[in-house]
Design a protein around this ligand. Structure first.
Ligand SMILES: Nc1ncnc2c1ncn2[C@@H]1O[C@H](COP(=O)(O)OP(=O)(O)O)[C@@H](O)[C@H]1O
Ligand SMILES: [Mg+2]
Length: 362
């Protein structure tokens, strides 16, 4: 198990200076609207990704009017404890991460030091309805278990942007000399093949967990599944690079016309279904929330299996909009996870203390 024992926020969101102590037990942050509950979870999750898990830019999380922000925390693990500090100062245009007081040369070096899973209510609509957001939650899942995945993703984005620029700038030349684009095709196929096969493997691993967790929360017999739509499949993933290279070659005339790259992990889709029907098309808000929740719980179990450490589970406003049966089922599952921090506006129906939560007011 891995847990955060203290968090100090300086000029982060609505906090000038705030310190929070946590123990390995469950914590419920319990306060009225707009007190900063979501911001505390965002600050905790920042320690895992070195950026906002809600997709906010650094200058947006900087307290309005402040010059810099600092997030500091102590992390306890069975084998040792260490500190993480992330400091951002736009005056020097820079964000710097420190691990056990040692400055890291790249922010991505922080990933993997501290693992967390964030359930954010803003994601319920966004993530489940938009393909680009569904790819993002898949990338978040794989990134924390593999630092090479993140490096591949960044490399892929860079090469993709270059290839798309070529398609725009040299469209007619490329049609008569398609070999000019080949070096980019090779790089994209290599990076893309690795990315897609990691995604497919991760999804294969969490599939049974998704189905199981959904069934535990929803008082129905619907079966939840997630499927990855791509020219590459579980069976062909060892040949992924060749499949992508082939597609990049044969679709060039069409790409020249449209001026962007049509094949690769940036075009694949992740579809969630309930009894075979796509949730982004028909599911109710409560069903969507249950789907995302099942995904996040599965992510926590996946990360524990991949890294050997139970991640910290951060659940923002998870209980609103869930009917009492579903809320109760979630509360009953929480003991199976490690450190858990939930937030809730005052909700008299939920007795967190009876479920072993320590209450933290803001
Ligand atoms: N960069 C920022 N600087 C100062 N205040 C901010 C910043 N970003 C958000 N806030 C404020 O934080 C408050 C919301 O905090 P939030 O964590 O969403 O509240 P809660 O989850 O408790 O409802 C709002 O009042 C908002 O105006
Ligand atoms: Mg909130």
């Amino acid at each position: 198990m891995m847990y955060v024992s203290s968090l100090k926020l300086t000029n982060f969101r609505n906090f000038d200076q705030a310190e929070f102590a946590f123990d390995r037990a469950k914590t419920a942050i319990w306060a009225d609207n707009a007190r900063g509950k979501s911001n505390v979870l965002e600050g905790l999750y920042f320690l895992a990704l070195a950026k906002s898990g809600r997709g906010a830019r650094d200058r947006d999380v900087l307290k309005w009017g402040a010059d810099y922000f600092v997030i500091e925390a102590h992390i306890e693990r069975e084998d040792h404890s260490f500190s993480i500090r992330i400091a951002y100062d736009p005056r020097v245009g820079k964000k710097q991460a420190f691990l056990a007081e040692i400055p890291l040369s790249r922010l991505s070096d922080l990933i993997g030091a501290f693992n967390a899973v964030l359930f954010s209510p803003e994601d319920v609509d966004l993530v489940l309805r938009e393909p680009v957001q569904r790819r993002r939650i898949l990338d978040i899942l794989v990134s924390q278990s593999s630092s090479s995945y993140l490096a591949d993703l960044e490399g892929y984005q860079r090469v993709l942007a270059q290839r798309n620029r070529l398609l725009k700038d040299r469209s007619s030349a490329l049609l008569s000399h398609p070999e000019q684009v080949e070096p980019w095709n090779e790089q994209l196929a290599e990076l893309g093949g690795r990315i897609v096969s990691r995604r497919i493997e991760a999804l294969h691993e969490i599939q049974p967990l998704l189905t199981e967790y959904y069934r535990s929360i929803a008082p129905t017999s619907e079966k939840m599944q997630a499927s990855y739509r791509s020219p590459i499949s579980m069976e062909t993933r060892d040949r992924g690079q060749d499949i992508l290279f082939e597609a990049l070659t044969t679709r060039l005339p069409q790409e020249v016309k449209l001026r962007y790259t049509l094949t690769g992990p940036h075009r694949d889709n992740l579809i969630f279904t309930l009894d075979g029907k796509a949730v982004h098309q028909f599911a109710s808000k409560g069903q969507l929330k249950t789907v995302l929740l099942s995904w996040k719980l599965a992510e926590a179990t996946f990360l524990e299996r991949q890294t050997g450490w139970r991640p910290v589970l951060l659940m923002d406003d998870v209980f609103s909009e869930l009917d009492p049966k579903r809320a109760q089922a979630v509360l009953n599952m929480i003991p199976n996870f490690g450190q858990v921090v939930v937030t809730s506006a005052r909700d008299p129906d939920l007795d967190f203390e009876a479920h072993g939560f320590r209450m933290l007011g803001l």
